[in-house]
Write a protein that binds this ligand. Structure first.
Ligand code: NAX
Length: 331
């Protein structure tokens, strides 16, 4: 039998946490034959609720679940973890300034970066979900210099999956037959969902999504805003933000990272920019990536038209601004 993998979920007493931990315990993240030990972290006011989640995990009698650590101690939570899914953060409350929210999250991610650096397994893979996801991941990277930068990523897979969903609905096709959409940039409303390289498999073979939809007007406006604004639409409908789709996408992100992407398919991940596609280095930016042997690489050589270029630059500019705001909070 395989050795258990230790998976940390921060903010585990929250909404996404509640959807995510059973998925991990059932093998949706690491596979149906991979035992796991769950490490759940939350803050003191949520300690009792966190313990309730632990009780439910025990009650569910998941065969793959070999242990549960539920704690408010960051060092204990990070001890020897192989995967860290960072869902905990400070939410934006009504009337709060952007800078105040940023400042709270900068101090959380600075502290948790140090704890991961000191206590996590050396090859630990980190996925930041909590908003502002790209910038929280960047702060984590800056304050955990001994963790390789390739091991620190943020979640844009939910946006990617939302784009696949919109295309499949529009075509009345199976979502599993649509692939290679791209989310460029920030996990925010400036993100650019790009379908220029996307395909859909039909009885006649693999077709270009742009050609088969044959409605550039829809693709260049309504499709993009629907994906960008989907989080807000879920809040309006549910009176709560996306949780099951976020949790499921976090599992997809880690599963593809660890086990690879299928041949000919790429996914979107927020990763440290190496300057690909003219995106300045030093930002965590969402790119199309393929994964093999536990490592992602940015898909190279895609043709970028003027329309895409402008949108990719707008979202990069917002990330550069977030980065300076985050740095101004450090002093
Ligand atoms: P909840 O408010 O339900 O849960 C957050 C949990 O984090 C709470 O239990 C809270 O006590 C805990 N927490 C706060 N500070 C902490 C700290 N320092 N250490 C450990 N835990 C801490 O929010 P939920 O709906 O679960 O969303 C979690 C985060 O995901 C939010 O930041 C949200 O904005 C972000 N999202 C990101 C998405 C993405 O695609 N990247 C999509 C979904 C979601 O909106």
């Amino acid at each position: 039998a395989k050795n258990p993998v230790r998976v940390l979920v921060t903010g585990a007493a929250g909404q996404i946490g509640y959807a995510l931990v059973p998925m991990i315990a059932r093998g949706a993240m690491l596979g149906p034959d991979q035992p796991v030990i769950l490490h759940m972290l939350d803050i003191e006011p949520a300690a009792e609720a966190l313990n309730g989640v632990k009780m439910e995990l025990i009650d569910a009698a998941f065969p793959l679940l070999k242990g549960v650590v539920a704690t408010t101690d960051v060092a204990e939570a990070c001890k020897d973890v192989n995967i860290a899914v960072m869902v905990g953060g400070f939410p934006r409350k009504e009337g709060m300034e952007r800078k105040d929210v940023m400042s709270k999250n900068v101090s959380i991610y600075k502290a948790q970066a140090s704890a991961l650096e000191k206590h996590a397994a050396p090859d630990c893979k980190v996925l930041v979900v909590a908003n502002p996801a790209n910038t929280n991941a960047l702060i984590l990277k800056e304050f955990a210099p001994s963790i390789p930068e390739k091991n620190i990523t943020c979640l844009t897979r939910l946006d990617h999956n939302r784009a696949l969903g919109q295309i499949s609905e529009r075509l009345d096709a199976q979502v599993s037959d649509v692939k290679n959409v791209i989310i460029w940039g920030n996990h925010s409303s400036t993100q650019y969902p790009d379908v220029n390289h996307a395909t859909v498999t039909t009885s006649s073979g693999e077709n270009s999504v742009r050609e088969i939809i044959a409605d550039d007007n829809w693709l260049n406006s309504e499709f993009i805003t629907t994906v960008q604004q989907r989080g807000a639409a879920i809040i309006k409908a549910r009176k709560l933000s996306s949780a099951l789709s976020a949790a499921s996408s976090a599992c997809d992100h880690i599963r593809n990272w660890v086990h690879g992407t299928p041949k000919g398919t790429w996914v979107s991940m927020g990763v440290y920019s190496d300057g690909s596609y003219g995106i300045q280095e030093g930002l965590i930016y969402s790119f199309p990536v393929t994964c093999e042997k536990g490592e992602w690489s940015i898909v190279q050589g895609l043709k970028i038209d003027e329309f895409s270029r402008a949108k990719m630059d707008t979202t990069a500019k917002e990330l550069a601004e977030e980065k300076s705001l985050a740095y101004s909070c450090l002093n």
